[in-house]
Design a protein around this ligand. Structure first.
Ligand code: SF4
Length: 61
């Protein structure tokens, strides 16, 4: 299992992660939020993390 977190203090609400990986991230009150905090398999989450301009997405495996 991999743990997906978004640092809401860092997130600027650009929406890049949701565009890159809509299956894993959604916007809530202008900030990104992981749809599931734990996923069995990483799919587009890593790409989303790489697309984040402020490095707010953390993936722990
Ligand atoms: S890409 Fe980063 S800054 Fe942009 S919405 Fe997602 S977590 Fe927030």
């Amino acid at each position: 299992m991999a743990k997906i977190t978004v640092d809401k203090k860092k997130c600027i609400g650009c929406g890049a992660c949701v565009s890159v990986c809509p299956s894993a991230f959604e916007m809530k009150d202008g900030k990104s939020s992981p749809i599931k905090s734990k996923v069995a398999n990483i799919t587009c989450e890593r790409e989303a993390a790489e697309s984040c301009p402020v490095n707010a997405i953390k993936i722990e495996e």
